[in-house]
Design a protein. Structure first.
Length: 611
C-alpha cells in the first residue's frame, strides 16, 4: 500500500526506525496493515494497565469471540493459503476468533461441528481441486456428507479465466455447502490471476459481515511469539519487494541449453539480485511481470484502427494506448470473459452463437491457438476506440518460473530454466509473452521480479532424509536448486532423480551438474528417459515402473517424492505409476494404495508442483 515517507523530525522515531517503518508499510496489503494496527493497539492496551500477555501461537483465539471462524484453504502453490492467513489476521484485529487450517489436515467429519466456515480454494488444471483439497471435495459430494443447517459460510475461489472451468472447485464448494443446508453470509467471489485488490475487498466484506453476525470482543492481544510447527521450514523474512512493488533485476546470463538439431529451445537464465534483499528457498518460484512484444502491440493497434498515441485511462492514470497495451494489459490470451464483453460491443450474431451453452465445444475450438487480435480481426467493431478496448482487458498477469538455484549457493543470483514458446497457428506466428521476452528481449532492460513462496514444495527439514525427484523437461529446474541446497548444507540424505526429455545428445539439461554431483557422491542415483532415442517412446513413468522395487524401498525408508512439470499428462501418469508400485509391493488393492499415497501427502512426503 502507498505510504507517506515518515520523517524522524516529525515523529518520535529515529532515522533508522522511520525508514524501516516506511518500507514495511509500503510492502503491506490493507488486510495486513489492519492486523498490525490491531496488534499494536492490543499491545499498547496491555502495557497501559501493566499486563504482560502470555506468548501465543499466531492463530490463537481473539478475546471475547464465542463462535470462531474456521478458515479452510486448499492451495496448490500457496495463494489461497496466504489469503486465508490474511483473513485470520484481519478477523483477529476486528475482535473475532479465527483459525486457518490446511484442508489436507482437516477431518471432513468435523464439518458438522462448525458454526462459521470460510473456504479459500483454488482450481487446478481443468477444473480439478488442488491436491490438498481432494479429500474434502470428494467428501462433501459423498453419502457421508452431513447436513449443515445452522452453518454460516462464504467461499473465495481462485482460478485463471484462460481455462474453460474457471474457479470450478470454488463453485463446487459454494454450491454443495448450500445444498447441504449451510447459509451463505457473503456471496462467492471468483478471483482471476490478478487477485490482490479483489481479495482484499472480499476480506473486508467477510470480516464486516461476520462481525455483524457474531459480534466480537476486543482486538486480539499482541502475540509474544509465533510457533513454527515441527517438521516445517521457517519462512524467509518478508521482503519489501512484491508483485505490487517488484525489484528491477538485470540479466546476467542467457544460454540455450539444447544442442544443435534439437526441436526444443530451453534457456538457462541468470538474473542479478545483489543488494535486493530477496530471499528464497528451494521450491519457490520467481514471479516476472512481463511486457508485451512491441510488434504484437503494433499489430493489435493497427487491427483496431487506433492510434498508438491515443490517451487512455490505464491502471495508474492517463497513458498512451501503446504504453497500456505494452505494459499493463493481457493482449494475447483469449478468455471466455473477454469474448463475452467484446461480444456486447460487436453485436455480431455469429459471435453470439459461439457463446451459448450448447456451443462450448465450438467456442473452445475457436479459442484454441488464437489470440485477442484474431477476435478483433474476425469480428471488427467499427466505432470502438482504444479507450473502449482497454476497458475490456484484464491486467497483464505475472508469470511464475521455478527457481533453479539455491540462495545458499548463489545469494546474489536467481537462475531459471525457461522453455521459449514459439509456434504457428491459424496463419500467424505465435509466441509466449514472458518466455520470449526472456529469450529475445531481456538483454538491455531490467525485469520486474518478486519471489512467490511455495509452502507446499519444500525439502525435508531433516537433511538425512532421502528424496526422490521426478522432473522431465523444464520440471528439472527446482531439483537443481534442491541439489545445490543439499550440497551447501552438507546433507547426508540420499538423492535420486528421474529426468526425461526427447534426445540424450541435445536435451540433457544441466548434464554437467548432474554428473558432477554423481561423481561427488551427492547424487545417489539418476534414471533418464529420452523418449525419441528408440523406436518405442520411453518416459519417466516407465523408468519408475522399471525401478519399482527400489522406489518402494526408498519410500518405506522415509523418502519424500517430488514431482514437477506438466500437469496434463506427465503428472497423472506418474501418479498412476506410484499407485501401481505401492499396490504391488505393499500388497494392497487400488483403494489401499490410494490411501497409502494420500497418507504420504498428509505427511508432506508426496509433493507436486505441476502446471
Amino acid at each position: 500500500m502507498n505510504a507517506v515517507t515518515i520523517d524522524e523530525h516529525s515523529s518520535p522515531l529515529n532515522a533508522e526506525q522511520a525508514a524501516q517503518l516506511t518500507s514495511l508499510i509500503q510492502s503491506l496489503s490493507p488486510a495486513q496493515a489492519t492486523w498490525i494496527s490491531g496488534y499494536l493497539a492490543g499491545l499498547n492496551a496491555h502495557a497501559a494497565i501493566g499486563e504482560v500477555a502470555a506468548p501465543q501461537a499466531a492463530s490463537a483465539p481473539a478475546a471475547g469471540a464465542s463462535e470462531p471462524l474456521t478458515v479452510l484453504y486448499g492451495s496448490q502453490t500457496g495463494n489461497a493459503e496466504d489469503i486465508a492467513e490474511q483473513l485470520v489476521a484481519a478477523a483477529e484485529a476486528a475482535g473475532l476468533s479465527a483459525k486457518a487450517i490446511d484442508m489436507l489436515d482437516y477431518k471432513p467429519r468435523d464439518l458438522k461441528k462448525e458454526q462459521n466456515l470460510i473456504i479459500c480454494v483454488s482450481t487446478h488444471g481443468e477444473g480439478d481441486p488442488p491436491d490438498n483439497a481432494e479429500e474434502l471435495h470428494e467428501f462433501i459430494y459423498g453419502k457421508k456428507a452431513p447436513k449443515l443447517e445452522g452453518v454460516k459460510f462464504s467461499v473465495l475461489a481462485f482460478g485463471d479465466s484462460s481455462y474453460e472451468h474457471f474457479c470450478q472447485t470454488g463453485r463446487d464448494f459454494d454450491t454443495q455447502l448450500e445444498k447441504l443446508g449451510a447459509t451463505r453470509v457473503v456471496d462467492r467471489v471468483d478471483l482471476d490471476v490478478d487477485f490482490d485488490e479483489a481479495a482484499e475487498a472480499w476480506i473486508d466484506n467477510v470480516v464486516s459481515r461476520f462481525k455483524d453476525e457474531l459480534g466480537g470482543g476486543e482486538p486480539a492481544p499482541a502475540h509474544g511469539n509465533v510457533t513454527v510447527m515441527p517438521g516445517t521450514a521457517a519462512q524467509p523474512a518478508a521482503s519489501q519487494w512484491s508483485r505490487k512493488n517488484p525489484f528491477q533485476a538485470e540479466l546476467l546470463t542467457n544460454v540455450v541449453l539444447n544442442g544443435r538439431g534439437s526441436d526444443k529451445e530451453v534457456h538457462h537464465i541468470e538474473l542479478d539480485t545483489e543488494d535486493s534483499g530477496l530471499s528464497w528457498e528451494p521450491g519457490d518460484s520467481l514471479g516476472i511481470i512481463p511486457s508485451n512484444d512491441p510488434q504484437v502491440v503494433a499489430e493489435l493497434i493497427a487491427a483496431l484502427g487506433a492510434s498508438a498515441d491515443e490517451e487512455v485511462t490505464g491502471l495508474d492514470g492517463e497513458v498512451s494506448l501503446e504504453h497500456a497495451l505494452t505494459h499493463q494489459y493481457e493482449i494475447t490470451t483469449l478468455t471466455r470473459p473477454f469474448i463475452e464483453k467484446y461480444a456486447e460491443r460487436a453485436a455480431n450474431d455469429e459471435l453470439n452463437a459461439l457463446l451459448v451453452e450448447e456451443a462450448r465445444e465450438q467456442l473452445a475450438a475457436y479459442m484454441d491457438g488464437r489470440f485477442i487480435i484474431d477476435l478483433v480481426e474476425d469480428y471488427p467493431v467499427a466505432d470502438m476506440t482504444g479507450a473502449d478496448f482497454v476497458r475490456l482487458l484484464r491486467k497483464l498477469p505475472p508469470r511464475l518460473y521455478s527457481i533453479a538455484s539455491s540462495h545458499a549457493a548463489n545469494p546474489d543470483e536467481i537462475h531459471l530454466t525457461v522453455a521459449a514458446v514459439r509456434y504457428q497457428a491459424h496463419g500467424r506466428d505465435r509466441h509466449g509473452v514472458a518466455s520470449i521476452q526472456l529469450a529475445d528481449r531481456s538483454e538491455d532492460t531490467k525485469l520486474p521480479i518478486y519471489i512467490d513462496h511455495n509452502k507446499n514444495f519444500k525439502l525435508p527439514s531433516d537433511d538425512d532424509a532421502p528424496i526422490i525427484m521426478i522432473g522431465p523437461g523444464t520440471g528439472i529446474a527446482p531439483f537443481r536448486a534442491f541439489m545445490e541446497e543439499r550440497e551447501e548444507r552438507g546433507a547426508g540424505g540420499r538423492n535420486w532423480v528421474f529426468f526425461g526429455a526427447q534426445h540424450f545428445r541435445t536435451d540433457f539439461y544441466y548434464q554437467t551438474d548432474w554428473l558432477r554431483w554423481r561423481d561427488d557422491g551427492l547424487l545417489t542415483r539418476m534414471d533418464v528417459a529420452f523418449s525419441r532415442d528408440q523406436a518405442d517412446k520411453v518416459y519417466v513413468q516407465h523408468k519408475l515402473r522399471e525401478a519399482s522395487a527400489d522406489v518402494f524401498d526408498w519410500i518405506e525408508s522415509g523418502a519424500t517424492i517430488y514431482v514437477c512439470g506438466d500437469a496434463n499428462a506427465m503428472a497423472a501418469d506418474v501418479h498412476d505409476a506410484l499407485l501401481d508400485i505401492i499396490a504391488e509391493h505393499a500388497n494392497l488393492d487400488a483403494e489401499g494404495a490410494a490411501g497409502y499415497l494420500k497418507n504420504l501427502q498428509k505427511e508432506k512426503r508426496y509433493q507436486r508442483d505441476v502446471y
